[in-house]
Design a protein around this ligand. Structure first.
Ligand SMILES: Nc1ncnc2c1ncn2[C@@H]1O[C@H](COP(=O)(O)OP(=O)(O)OP(=O)(O)O)[C@@H](O)[C@H]1O
Ligand SMILES: N[C@@H](CCO)C(=O)O
Length: 325
């Protein structure tokens, strides 16, 4: 173990997919990387604009989560060398915290010979994140349908349809999950609960069977998006009108503020959809970045090597060419 170096590449994720609040997640082709090895003194290197302001001492989330794995496995590894680079923007609704938690769990587990099963990692990740949707997608890849009762999380993974693509519009402001959850009511009506059970069930069936045409009706939601709309000006217009510009459906990504449109790869005018999202946000005074992302069918990619191997170099050298252009 002392000589081992682990590098993991973890996908971002979009949660809820509209009606599946805290239940549905899909991994996306945007990534973060964590390198971890045993050291004599803990050192944390954070690379990239997304990592600005995060702690570089033992209070860092990656270090703390790694220690949970060692404790669970009954081993002691107090000092770690950790490097991280991420293309996943923080607090924008693309699962940055879930990717950090999953990456730390997977890297720490691989460092000590993988004593913990994926299911165990999923249970820990869900308890840490507080809901299974983002962590399930980052850990298993593809589309993950999950349920958590506060003690145990169960899931089923669905292979994403080969024609499914997504367009995300990432507003230039942050919105923490905590703040976006505070906007939600403590109770909802039976009519709204029935509405969401119907849409969420329809969406899962559509994604599993490849009936993409029904997605537009299935992505509707009354549980969280209406209450969060005031935090994301322009959101309601985008959700209501995205289909007119060729989207299969649209939703708030996770807790927002990112908006996500599901698109058929054969959509004839992708530029028009992109312009519609950007223009709608701009009319509200919001600058945004758009990215075309594919569903990521795989969970974390794990590389374990001996530190003495010739292949070693800095994390940035290793992943160069793989990062977002
Ligand atoms: N690599 C990291 N190292 C340490 N902390 C991180 C890292 N990545 C994310 N975090 C923590 O997670 C917080 C963001 O979590 P939050 O749940 O608010 O947003 P998100 O995960 O990006 O979006 P969403 O959950 O809506 O998809 C950051 O402010 C930071 O505290
Ligand atoms: N299901 C979560 C995802 C964000 O972490 C929410 O919408 O609050």
């Amino acid at each position: 173990m002392n000589n081992r170096k682990v590098i993991v590449k973890i996908p971002a994720s979009t949660a809820n997919l509209g009606p599946g609040f805290d239940t549905l997640g899909m991994a996306l082709s945007l990534y973060s990387w964590i390198e971890m090895s045993v050291s004599e003194r803990t050192e944390i290197q954070l690379f990239g604009d997304q990592m600005k302001g995060l702690p570089r001492d033992k209070s860092n989330l990656i270090y703390k989560v790694a220690q949970l794995v060692f404790k669970e496995a009954g081993v002691s590894v107090p000092e770690l060398l950790i490097s991280m680079y991420s293309d996943i923007p923080l607090t924008r609704g693309l699962g940055s915290s879930a990717s950090a938690i999953v990456g730390a769990l997977v890297a720490a587990n691989a460092l000590i010979g993988s004593p913990l099963t994926d299911d165990k990692l999923f249970q820990i990740a869900t308890a840490l994140e507080g809901h299974p949707d983002n962590v399930g997608a980052s850990l298993f890849g593809g589309i993950v349908v999950s349920a958590w009762d506060g003690e145990r999380a169960d899931y089923v993974r669905i292979e994403p349809h080969h024609k499914l693509e997504t367009l995300v519009a990432i507003p230039a402001f942050q919105l923490s999950t905590e703040k976006a959850r505070h906007a939600l009511p403590a109770q909802i009506s039976m009519a709204d609960a029935v509405f969401n059970v119907g849409r969420s069930s329809l969406l899962v069936a559509a994604l599993a069977s490849g009936e993409l045409g029904i997605i537009r009706h299935a992505m509707k939601d009354r549980l969280h998006q209406p209450y969060r709309a005031a935090l994301i000006p322009g959101m309601t217009t985008i959700l209501e009108r995205a289909h007119q510009f060729g989207a299969l459906g649209a939703a708030l990504s996770g807790a927002g503020p990112t908006l996500i449109a599901f698109v058929d790869a054969d959509c004839p005018d992708k530029k028009a959809l992109e312009r519609f999202l950007l223009d709608t946000l701009k009319m509200e005074g919001i600058e945004a970045e758009t990215l075309w992302l594919s569903p990521c069918a795989e969970g974390p990619e794990i590389t374990v090597e001996q530190r003495s191997e010739q292949t070693s170099g800095s994390l940035l050298d290793r992943i160069k060419g793989d990062v977002k252009a």
